[in-house]
Design a protein. Structure first.
Length: 252
């Protein structure tokens, strides 16, 4: 049996691996799909956590990236600039995950000897997905996939986000922070302000991507609002509260 963990760089998948290490459960492959648009703290955490895993006898986190027709690394950032468009989520689609996360991982696995041996023998790869107990509604009870047997360890353990945080801290590790692209259309108003505070150069690039996009069906990166216009106003969020207030809509 080959055990695969698709590592997202966030709290859930970190807690999943921390507990796997604690229990001594096998993990053969750990993949992190880099869109080329993650925030610096995520890249730093992946590097640190990979070293932590290796020190405990587990495989290093392998980073995979999308490539263009010429075989060159191609990022979500450059794709949006070239197409004069925003990420697909801004238009109500979810092809970002398919193209920039799932496809690079699939390409790697299709060419990975350990996987090829398993599939040739008619066996499936066990893929461990980090949905927590609060996301149990996302668990698929049945799949026709013949390549992967998908498991949801955090759901099986009934671990919610709070329990995931506790496990990471108990292992002596810092929390990874939220993993997302720096110009993700799902970012909340206060997250945009945090980007302005923590990574002003990335915010400027996000605003340039928004300004470069040819928009018809949406207003800007906020879908119904422009990030640039929001930052000009800057005194209220879209729940009707002061931007300094906690409106309870953060899903981080």
């Amino acid at each position: 049996m080959v055990n695969l963990v698709c590592y997202g760089g966030g709290t859930n998948s970190t807690a999943l691996l921390v507990e796997k290490v604690k229990r001594g459960e096998p993990v053969d492959i750990i993949l992190f799909a880099d869109t080329g648009a993650e925030k610096p703290h995520t890249y730093a955490y992946v590097e640190m956590f990979s070293a932590w895993l290796v020190e405990r006898g587990y495989p290093a986190i392998q980073t995979v990236k999308a490539v263009n027709m010429a075989g060159e690394v191609y990022t979500l950032t450059q794709d949006c600039i070239d197409r004069r468009a925003l990420p697909s989520l801004a238009y109500g689609f979810k092809t970002c995950s398919l193209r920039w996360k799932l496809a690079p991982q699939e390409k790697f696995l299709n060419n990975f000897d350990l996987c090829k041996v398993e599939w040739k023998a008619g066996r499936m790869i066990t893929k461990h997905v980090g949905f927590d107990w609060g996301e149990s509604h996302r668990v698929k009870a049945y799949s026709e996939d013949t390549k992967y047997e998908v498991t949801y360890p955090l759901v099986d353990w009934r671990w919610d986000r709070k329990r995931c945080v506790e496990a990471i801290l108990a292992a002596g590790l810092p929390l990874p922070g939220k993993s997302s692209c720096f110009f993700c259309p799902s970012m909340k108003p206060h997250e945009i302000k945090e980007l302005e505070r923590d990574y002003p150069e990335l915010l400027q690039l996000a605003l340039e991507i928004e300004a470069n996009a040819e928009l018809h069906s949406v207003v800007g990166l906020g879908r119904s609002f422009s990030w640039r216009e929001f930052l000009k106003q800057g005194s209220f969020d879209f729940c009707g509260n002061s931007i300094e207030a906690d409106c309870g809509c953060y899903d981080g």
